[in-house]
Design a protein around this ligand. Structure first.
Ligand code: ADP
Ligand code: MG
Length: 260
């Protein structure tokens, strides 16, 4: 928790707009017979920074993976930036280019340089010319403070650097929404701060963010809303102060007593 406390957060840019970014209505998902997500209802406005917390196996990853359709839901509705997620494949391309995702294990292409990792999707999905894609990649590598690593391969970088590349790679698609799934969980403690700082800067610039994370210091300082999931349901949600100081359900109280 101490990791982000030393940084002064600029909240002036973190305005929540009236515009809805993600609307999830009565969404259900099964893995075979296993009912993994149950009646999820969630509205996320542009500019919100949402932290999703909950015990292991509660469905956090599955829920955010449904938002960019890495997983399919079976019942209910998910609308992202005005586009309903359905089996219509041309919608999927649109969603994937508007929703960036960053995973626990960075998932960089090991045989491509850092620069090539960053230019691949803009060139192939957006058809951005190579020179332009490279300039964009360098812009975002500068933003995550590792432009000097552009010609190296992922295996030559530290975990924290690789995660920042993964964030830069997502930003190269100029997404309107960023999803993070435990982006710091695989990192050594001394590298967590550099990744959280990058995420804080994104928040300060007004990015709409959904972050599954155990970094409750980040949640307190950056989130405007914390969502608690258990057994495939959203059990409780509140602004951070209320969520941490005045949890409502017994399940939330138990969870907080175990992690804080
Ligand atoms: P969390 O991210 O909160 O730890 P997950 O969304 O990864 O939870 O998983 C929720 C539940 O779904 C767990 O019980 C997990 O074992 C199960 N699960 C996850 N992925 C699959 C899958 N591809 N097939 C079957 N069950 C899965
Ligand atoms: Mg998970």
């Amino acid at each position: 928790m101490s990791l982000v406390q030393e940084r002064t957060i600029n909240r002036s840019q973190m305005q929540v707009s009236d515009e809805v970014a993600i609307q999830i209505t009565n969404m259900n998902k099964w893995y075979g017979d296993f009912h993994v997500l149950r009646d999820i209802n969630l509205t996320v406005n542009q500019g919100e920074r949402i932290v999703i917390a909950g015990p292991s196996g509660s469905g956090k990853s599955t829920m955010i993976r449904c938002i960019n359709r890495l997983e399919e839901h079976q019942k209910g509705q998910i609308i992202v930036d005005g586009t309903e997620l359905s089996s219509d494949l041309k919608n999927i391309d649109k969603i994937r280019s508007e929703v960036g995702m960053c995973f626990q294990h960075f998932n960089l292409f090991p045989h491509l340089t850092i620069l090539e990792n960053c230019t691949l999707a803009p060139m192939w999905v957006r058809k951005t010319p190579k020179k332009e894609a490279e300039a964009l990649a360098m812009h975002f590598l500068e933003k995550v403070k590792i432009p000097e690593q552009a010609d190296k391969y992922p295996g030559m970088l530290s975990g924290g650097q690789q995660q920042r590349v993964a964030i830069a790679r997502s930003l190269c698609m100029q997404p309107r929404i960023m999803l993070f799934d435990e982006p710091t969980s695989a990192l050594d403690p001394e590298m967590i701060k550099e990744v959280l700082d990058t995420m804080i800067e994104l928040a300060e610039e007004g990015m709409t963010m959904l972050c599954v994370t155990h970094e409750m210091g980040f949640a307190r300082q950056v989130a405007n809303r914390v969502i608690f999931m258990d057994q495939g349901q959203i059990v409780e949600q509140n602004e951070p102060e209320e969520f941490f100081n005045n949890p409502q359900s017994d399940r939330t109280k138990l969870f907080l007593s175990q992690i804080l």
